[in-house]
Design a protein. Structure first.
Length: 276
């Protein structure tokens, strides 16, 4: 939350008080990060938020799609409830992702938006900007080509250097880990409780400033109904793209004195290997 607030505050320093924003988060990693950036901007500006999805809902209107070339799941779909969220020229668009590596995904996204309506100003909010000098030059040419300005706000700018032979060195480790059996924990016999269902706005359809207030009220209601005691420890787990609402529930539980861990599942092929 604090990281999102820092990026949002830096963006507000660059625009007028009357500026309107459409904030767009990338599935799946930045759905919650994007929502937090939008929530912060909504404190002072007119904001709409939505994120891309790898799971387009049957019957939803497809605004468009783009490719994330380096991803494990390359296709992103955009399904706003109202296309004016993205096609209103006077709205600045804020693209939120956890990292900016080459910038190709961002440029693919902007090309899609510009094919529908022209926006003079784009912002990119990212935790880490790892673009090379070549990528930075490519961005400058891209701005000229599209007739737009793109401002990047990041918490960290760095360069990623992969030593020669790294991939080859990792291959036997990866092969070994494929054969390692996960230890069974017997959780199925330990979990008990009740299930409750709540209707909340879909962030793939879009969320307005008032919508954020609705989601926050629902999160408070959910947290108040969970039978936990102060100083009890609980894990709140988001599922892939659906991270924002669970995070709000975790935040509300924490206010009640509950010791909360918050995490989410992911489809990213991450391997944990505890060795030099």
């Amino acid at each position: 939350i604090s990281s999102a607030n820092i990026m949002a505050d830096e963006i507000t320093c660059k625009v007028s008080d009357s500026q309107k924003f459409t904030v767009f988060g990338y599935a799946e990693t930045a759905t919650c990060l994007g929502a937090n950036v939008a929530q912060r901007l909504a404190e002072t500006h007119d904001v709409i938020y939505l994120h891309s999805t790898r799971y387009p809902v049957a019957g939803s209107t497809e605004y468009g799609s783009f490719e994330e070339s380096h991803s494990h799941a390359t296709s992103h779909h955009i399904t706003p409830q109202n296309v004016s969220m993205l096609d209103t020229p006077e709205r600045s668009i804020v693209l939120v992702d956890d990292e900016l590596t080459t910038g190709n995904t961002v440029m693919n996204t902007i090309r899609l938006f510009e094919s529908r309506a022209h926006h003079e100003e784009y912002f990119i909010a990212t935790l880490t900007d790892m673009r090379t000098a070549e990528s930075l030059d490519k961005f400058v040419e891209f701005e000229k080509e599209m007739g737009i300005t793109v401002q990047v706000v990041s918490l960290l700018s760095t360069h990623l250097v992969i030593p020669d032979g790294s991939v080859e060195k990792a291959e036997p480790i990866i092969e070994h880990l494929k054969s390692v059996q996960e230890s069974g924990s017997g959780l199925a016999g330990m979990i008990s409780g009740s299930m409750h269902s709540y209707e909340v706005p879909s962030l793939t359809l879009g969320l307005s400033s008032d919508g954020f207030k609705t989601v926050q009220r629902t999160a408070r209601a959910v947290a108040s109904e969970i039978p936990l005691e102060a100083h009890q420890r609980v894990l709140v787990l988001g599922i892939e793209e659906d991270m924002y609402f669970p995070m709000l529930v975790a935040k509300e539980l924490n206010k009640q004195g509950i010791i909360v861990d918050f995490s989410s599942t992911t489809r990213s092929p991450v391997i944990t290997y505890d060795a030099p």
